[in-house]
Design a protein around this ligand. Sequence first.
Ligand code: AMP
Ligand code: MG
Length: 399
Amino acid sequence: MTDVGAAEALIFERIQPLPARRVALSEAAGGILREPVRAERDQPPFDRVTMDGIAIALRDWQDGVRSFEVVGLQAAGAPPMTLSAPGRCIEIMTGAMLPAGADAVIPVERISRETTQAHVEPTLDVAARQFIHPRGSDGQAGSLLLEPGTSLNPPEVAILASAGCAEVEIGAAPRVAVISTGDELVEPGQPVATHQIRSSNDWAIAAALERRCSASVTRVLIKDEREEMLARIAALHDESDVLVLSGGVSMGRYDLVPGVLEQLGVELVFHKIEQRPGRPMWFGMSRASKPVFALPGNPVSTLVCLYRYVLPAIHRALGLTATPHEIVRLAENVEFAPDLAYFLPVVVESSSDGAALANPRPTNTSGDFVSLASTTGFVELPRGEDVYSKGLAVRLFRW
Ligand code: AMP
Ligand code: MG
């Protein structure tokens, strides 16, 4: 049996990068950047005026001028005007380019206007280059703005736009086959007999993959029947980048998945992890180097394995560089005697002093996924303790 860290390492070692794809900027949010992005121009690209008011030559102010002749009006987006003679000013708007010959801006609140004259409060302090955001002060043309591996959230989308990127290279949306196995499984919307259950794992897996990995998901139910499994999994393998199965990986007579996968040439990397829940997880690589994750069918086990192993693996394949772990503190003591890692559902609340506290919400069994409603996610309690103390810093996995 493999422990949690070793299982993760075995997966990460084998994960190959997915291809990159050029997409329109409108498609970039949520993607993982696969190319460096450099500044198109200096930022700001010109000496940018930061106040509505008048642009003057500081020299005039130092020479005692307090009333200026307004010789023009310059808005944001207009080419720069020129202050050509002493005693003049240009009415200027926030965002405009500083006029040639001007080197200070006086805000409109400090000015009284009389037809073409602007009278400035005579005792005002006027500093050189005041209310001017200097060209290049935030960044130089050609400087690296975003590195490959960056997750594209709205601020990064703004940076891409500022760099003039109408298109950008991101990790291509992975095609993931989400396969639930089990004779008992029935789709929502279909009649369900007393001896059957609704298939829910595949819906949660698909939702997580779509939200977290922008995956394109094909969701399929397959009976516990060897020939059907062989044919359908083979076909799904050919049209997908990643396979995520749930159910059929334990020791029962109808747990056919490991045998079927090996018959299809998927090489076993590990089976079973020293953890609860989710111990029977199976992982292998197909001959085409596609990862195959076979998760135990119990719904809490499925979710824990999905978030602990599958999503991080796909993030890597998309090109995401390692992100810091999210750490929270246990809000109370937790007892867990087995020599296994324990994945414990929690509700996280922030305390007033800034700590994030994880309140345990253990489920009745690994089949009890109804108790997961409104939980934040789960924490990982590393194996080897019997009691995990209140205040212990532990890693959180958010749904
Ligand atoms: P298995 O891993 O196939 O032995 O399944 C373990 C338990 O999980 C059984 O009670 C199954 O009915 C349940 N289960 C398996 N697949 C699903 C699914 N797709 N949705 C909900 N429960 C499932
Ligand atoms: Mg089953």
